[in-house]
Structure formats: C-alpha cells, structure tokens
Design a protein around this ligand. Structure first.
Ligand code: BGC
Length: 774
C-alpha cells in the first residue's frame, strides 16, 4: 500500500521528500505530546508548510462532517462539494465518519487525488465509550477513581482507533453547577479541582504515552470556556462571570489538560461578558497559546464561527472568519467560513499569513504525532476492528466502572444489601427492563437496546428459588430512538398521564418480599440542547412511586438519570435510594453487584442534589456573602420556603459499612508560602464489611485580596479499609492548594489564616487551622 501511494505521487520531488518523512518517523519511536515541541517534528512540519499553496493551507483548517455511505460520499450536492474539496486537498479533517471501510475510502480520496497527499484526521464524539459503553461522565466521576476513569478512556480509544478514528472530542471539563443544564451529564460536575484531575485522567487514558500507537487517539479539552455557566441552565445561553471567577473556577481544568499534553481544544458556543468564545482572543491566543504556551490546535464547536453572526458579533461570515482566525480558532467545524473567506481576508490584510501558517502548523504537528504521514491508513485495520471492539474484557471493565459509579444515597433501614436467597423480588418501573436508557446520551456506536437492564441483572444474580415479579407500571414516553436517528429532531414529549399500568405494579409490589423501583429520566432528557425547568419525575412516575410505597415499605429506589434530580419526596419518605446514573453496557450487572452486596458501594456525588429546582445553580463551594445563611438566620442569603443547603451534598455517598474520622493533626500551624504542612487523619472502618472510602480535603482562605469560597476541595484519596481497621491518611498541604488568581492577576499564595477540613463529604466536620506568614 505504501509503495502504491508513493507511485501515485505526481511530483517526484515531493514523493522523495515525503518518503524521507516516513523514514524519519519510523526512526523516531516516541511521539511527543503537544506541549513538548520536538525539533524533528517541527522540521518536518516546516518542510510540508513550505510546499503548500494557499488553498491547501486554508484547506487544512476546514473540517466537514461526513454523511457518507460505506464506500464514500453519497450524491447530494453538499457531498459533491465536499468530495471536490477532498480531491483538491482542501480539507484537513472529517468528523462522524466511523468504520475502517468508510475512513479508508475517504482517506483514499485525498491520497489518490490531491497534490500533496496530506492525510485527513478523523474525529468523533467518543464521550463515554465507543461501542462498549461506560457510565456517562458525570456518573463515572462519582467513582472518584482516577485509575478506572483512565482505563475506560483507554478502552474507548482502543475501540475508536480500531475503527479508523484518531481523535475524540472529549473530555468535557466544563465546571457545571446547574442541574437544569442538560450537558451536566457530560462532565465531572460542580467542582473545579475534581474536573481538573478527572479531565487529566481522561486525557491520559485517550492519548496514552504515545499518540503514534495505533491504540491511542488525540483528546480534546472542551468547551473553552464557561459553557457550563449558561444563565438559567439554558443550553448555549449567555455567561456572565467576571475575570477572577473565570480564572479561579473555570480555567484550572483546562490549564491542567494543557499541561497534561492534550492535543486539541474545542471552543464553546457561549459568550462571556459580551464576547463569544470562538471570537475570544484573550482566551484562545493570549491565555491558552500565550501564557500557557500550549502548542495544539483549537477546533471551533459545530458551526460556532458562523454563529458569531447570530450573536451579533459579526455582520457576515466573512467578518466571522476574520474574527475567529484572529482570535485563535484554528479549525472551522462545519461553518464553511474559512474555506470561503480566508483567501480574500489575507489579500485585504485582515488576517496575517503568520497567523494562518501558525494554525496550519498546529494541525500538521498533530498529524505527524499521530503517525499519519508515516501511514495514512494505519488506523484502518479490519482485523482490529473485528477483534478489538466490544470484547469480553472491555465489558468486564465496563462492569467494574459501573459498579464503582453507583452512589448509595440512603439505607436507613439497612434493607441493602439483599440476600441472594430472597423468596421474591418485585422489579417495577419504566426503567426496570429498559435496555437502552442506561447507554445515556452521547453513546457513540453503542447499539440500540444493547445494555443489560436492571431486570436482567437481577435475574442473573439470583437463583431459581427467587421469584421475580416484573411490571413496567408506566411510561417515560420519550419516543424510541433507533440507530441512525437524529436525536435533535425529536419533540420533547414526556408527560404521559396514562396511569393504567399502576394497578398491576401495585399487585406486583404486594407480592414481592422487596421491591426494586427503577425510575428517573430517559437517556435523552440530558445531553446537548436538553435543558429543563423541571428536574423531578416526569410522567406518572411520582404516582407510581407513591402507590407502590403504600403497599410495600421495603422499596429500593433505583435512580437512573443524567442530572441531579429533585427527589425530595422520595428522600423524605422512602428509606432506601441508590443513585445509578446511566451506567452503560453492563448497567444491570453492576446494579446487581451492589444490590446483592458483591460490591460495597463507594461512589460519592460529584454534584449537589437540591431540595427543589429553585435552588439551582447549587454548589457547595459558594461565597459566604455579607449576610451568611445560618440556622438562626435562614433568610440570610437563603430562602423562606426551602432550605439553602443541599438535600444530598457534594462528595456524599454511603457504604454498607461505616467510617469514623478522628485525630486530624497538622505537623505545624504556621508556614511560609513555600513550606508545606503534613496533615494526618485517622479513618476507621467501624462496621462489619470491608469498604472503600473517599477521604476528602477541603480548604478555606479566610481573608483574601478577593473573597474566597467557604471551602474548596483540594485533595482526596480513595482507599480500601478493612472492617475494624484504622488507617492513617496523609496529605501534604502546599502552595498548589493555597494559591488562587488574586487581585494582582497572578496565581499566588496570600499571607493569612486558613481552615482545613477532612471528611467523607463536603460537610466534613473535622477541622483545623493554620497560618501562612512571611
Ligand atoms: C457539541 C460538541 C461536539 C460537536 C461535534 C457540538 O454540537 O457542542 O461538544 O463535539 O457538536 O459533534
């Protein structure tokens, strides 16, 4: 194949030249991540750039979505335009082309027709698995287990890479604090630090230590920036935050991803304080590429360059292209603005050749690092596509990740774990035998109805002596999504009033020794464009819950959902609640592992659960205000009709055992800015089962040049503690934990007093204090 490719090169000189590249790349085993420039790669990038005509340079900045059949583009006009551009070498990347056959065919168009034969890079939204589906990112974040998170990202990369893909548009590291926002399901929730460490784990999982390996893919930190702070939780909405909040709350996960060598960034649809991110020079050029010295490329979000017009920030596409390129948006995803206008803009000196070249170089750099110049078809391997995808091993990892993501919210009567010798179990609810919802939104190539339902998981966990009574009880009423359907075209129809299934469910509940009630959300109630003002139970679920609970108190609510929900009635009335998110391919098995005690739940909430939607946005790391809320002043910075605090706070989650924290000690109480404190705490497992605990460390800077949050997560350790055992856990409290973006517009530690808390959730009661002095 390589020989053939060489023979097809029209210009001999170029052929020899590119052959030289290939040898170079083969000699050089290690691929270097974007932050570490490799001089040999840079030389190759410069040599290619020197050969490129203007149309080819602009072409590298163009990304199209494929609407292709297996053997190439279909014949509509749009596709003909794309086909011609591919042939001319005027496309840098394609998204949404998935399969070895399709990527090979598309790559071939470029390799066999274009002058310079610069390979395409194929991108796809591989968000929580490719075909083996792992828990939705918010759910998986509840594991607080960086090893399993890294592992699932690496499996997703392996499967995607085996199908011809080299680039995922993940991880989403938008700090998100509003349950109404549908995309809260895609990230790690409300905390800045947790988003940073989980984001880095995902980047490392996708990219591995060598991008040129055929089982790793380039990652994309998105959405830069502030997308999760959309006003009122409405997707794409305006973001109004100040410069300091931007630096302290939103940017740290992005900086961490850049430092971890993430290959690409995607900008965001929203504006911040009047400037849409796609046109935000301060964010993309000054901070990301300037201050942070990051060398990857920024892809626009879908059509976001064109959307500068709707924002009222550009009068037409030409001006939009000018603004976006000058602001540092390197690749145009589906706006058709760069291909149409960059040449004229260059002639008119509205953009510079240096900036255009810089964008091209960033894209070529990644193509070299991925090994695409060495072999443009290296990701196209039918055998790997057949054997490396959706394997038993991958499903076992999916089960492991899923059980670790489950959060036990309530177990007041110690109903859980169940014995496997129960005489009967009633399995009830619209989600109880749903084999599709657990795949969640953004399920890539996860096949319709391919997950293990709760009912199936329970059946396979118990013996023949346990009788199972299943009743659906009612509908969630989302229309069925079939493979290939465009979920955006579906009307939102949730509220069924059909209660005809409830009597049968009540009868089943009466017969069951215990009841599993699977309620929550449909998979597509969260995700892009899925904002809601009601975060409670849709349809007849609340009626079903109350009717079932009336006849059998041994009910376990098995929640499946993509956002924090208003479950206040359930929390006030039903003693047992298990938060199961959308757990992916192995959902039912993982739930059974926890329900029957084969796995002791260890998940902790990455987002606060409110008493009601009116509390949103709700997050623990808020500011104190001048009139702080307290039990004696509930109206201060609070509400007259609802608590101010969360129903279930950030970091919360129970276990089948109990943990006790004591003896919080600091080895010193005064340090200089550069010294560190050794903190220790004893954590005892006071129950009768072994269990894992997430030991969390929170810090407050009491007085600052800017007001500081009432507490912030600064570290955690997930550790197994045997029944009866006491472990001493150590943290080093250092400048990294104490610094913030101060009034001086710098990250620095300020002198003064600090509080530190350690515990099993964000209400951690054990507290100590220390000071930073000259
Ligand atoms: C989303 C991105 C996604 C892109 C490509 C956009 O609508 O905001 O997160 O990566 O589409 O599918």
């Amino acid at each position: 194949m390589k020989k053939q490719t060489l023979l097809l090169f029209p210009i001999l000189l170029i052929a020899i030249f590119l052959y030289g590249f290939k040898k170079f790349v083969i000699d050089e085993q290690k691929t270097h991540l974007a932050t570490n420039l490799d001089i040999r790669v840079e030389q190759k990038v410069d040599s290619v750039l020197a050969l490129m005509h203007l149309n080819e340079k602009i072409g590298q900045l163009v990304q199209y979505s494929g609407k292709w059949n297996a053997t190439g583009p279909s014949s509509s006009n749009g596709d003909q335009h794309k086909l011609n551009k591919l042939k001319n070498g005027e496309v840098g990347s394609m998204l949404n082309i998935t399969s070895v056959e399709s990527t090979r065919e598309t790559q071939k168009i470029v390799m066999e027709n274009s002058r310079l034969k610069i390979p395409l890079i194929f991108g796809y939204d591989v968000i929580h698995g490719y075909k083996t589906i792992f828990p939705i990112p918010l759910g998986e974040s509840a594991s607080w287990d960086l090893d399993i998170i890294k592992k699932t990202a690496s499996i997703a990369a392996k499967e995607a890479a085996a199908s011809g893909i080299q680039w995922t548009f993940a991880p989403m590291i938008d700090v998100s604090r509003d349950a109404r926002w549908g995309r809260i399901m895609e990230g790690a929730g409300e905390d800045t630090y947790l988003n940073a460490v989980i984001g880095v784990a995902r980047v490392q999982g996708f990219q591995g230590d060598d991008l040129s390996k055929s089982n790793t893919i380039a990652a994309c930190a998105k959405h830069f920036a502030g997308y999760g702070f959309a006003e009122a939780g409405r997707d794409y909405n305006t973001v109004n935050i100040g410069e300091y909040e931007l630096h302290n709350a939103i940017l740290p996960p992005f900086k961490a991803a850049a430092e971890a060598g993430v290959a690409t960034f995607m900008n965001s649809f929203n504006e911040i304080d009047g400037i849409p991110s796609t046109g935000n020079k301060m964010l993309q050029r000054d901070i990301l590429k300037g201050d942070w010295g990051w060398n990857g490329f920024v892809v626009s979000d879908w059509g976001s360059i064109g959307e500068l017009i709707a924002h009222g920030y550009a009068k037409d596409k030409k001006q939009a292209a000018e603004i976006a390129l000058n602001a540092g948006s390197d690749m145009d995803m589906e706006s058709y603005a760069y291909e149409a206008h960059l040449e004229t803009l260059l002639k008119e000196k509205k953009i510079s050749l240096a900036q255009l070249d810089d964008a091209v170089k960033r894209i070529l750099r990644l193509k070299f690092n991925l090994g695409l110049f060495d072999d443009p078809y290296k990701y196209c391997d039918e055998a790997r596509e057949k054997n490396n995808v959706y394997t038993k091993e991958h499903l076992a990892i999916a089960r492991d990740a899923a059980k670790k993501s489950i959060v036990l919210l309530k177990n007041e009567t110690k109903l859980l774990p169940f014995s496997k010798n129960l005489k009967s179990i009633a399995v009830i609810g619209p989600l109880a035998d749903d084999k599709d919802a657990p795949l969640g939104n953004w399920r890539a190539k996860g096949e319709y109805n391919s997950s293990m339902s709760l009912l199936e998981g329970v059946k396979s966990a118990v013996g023949n002596n346990t009788k199972i009574y299943y009743e659906k009880g009612g509908d969630l009423t989302m229309p069925t999504i079939k493979p290939g359907d465009n979920q955006f075209l579906y009307p939102l129809r949730f509220n069924t009033t059909d209660v005809s299934g409830i009597p049968a469910a009540v009868e089943a509940a009466k017969k069951g020794e215990v009841v599993l009630l699977a309620i929550g959300e449909d998979a597509f109630q969260t995700g892009e464009g899925r904002s809601q003002t009601n975060i409670g139970f849709f349809g007849v679920q609340q009626q079903l819950l109350e009717a079932v609970y009336k006849v059998n108190k041994n009910v376990v609510i098995v929640l499946m959902n993509g956002r924090p929900m208003d479950i206040s009635w359930a929390a006030n009335n039903v003693p047992t609640i298990l938060e199961c998110w959308f757990l992916g391919s192995e959902s039912g098995n993982a739930m059974a592992d926890v329900l029957f005690g084969d796995y002791n739940p260890s998940g902790k909430l990455p987002v606060s659960f409110p008493h009601n939607v009116g509390q949103e946005p709700l997050y623990y790391n808020q500011k104190n205000t001048g009139r702080p809320y307290s039990p004696s002043h509930v109206t201060y910075s609070g509400y007259t009709d609802a608590p101010k605090t969360a129903l279930y706070p950030f970091g919360f989650g129970l276990s089948y055992t109990t943990f006790e924290y004591k003896n919080l000690k600091l080895d010193k109480n005064t340090i200089s800015k550069t010294e560190e404190i050794k903190l220790s705490v004893e954590v005892s497992n006071t129950g009768t089962r072994d269990g894992e605990e997430v030991v969390q460390l929170y810090i407050r800077d009491l007085v600052g040049s800017l007001t500081r949050p009432v507490k912030e997560l600064k570290g955690f350790q997930k550790t197994m503690i045997k029944a009866g055992e006491t472990k001493t856990i150590y943290f080093a409290v250092n400048a990294d934990m104490l610094q913030f973006y101060t009034i001086n517009k710098k990250w620095e530690v300020e002198l003064g007093d600090f509080n530190v808390w350690v515990g099993g959730d964000s209400n951690a009661p054990l507290k100590a204090s220390f000071s930073v002095t000259e």
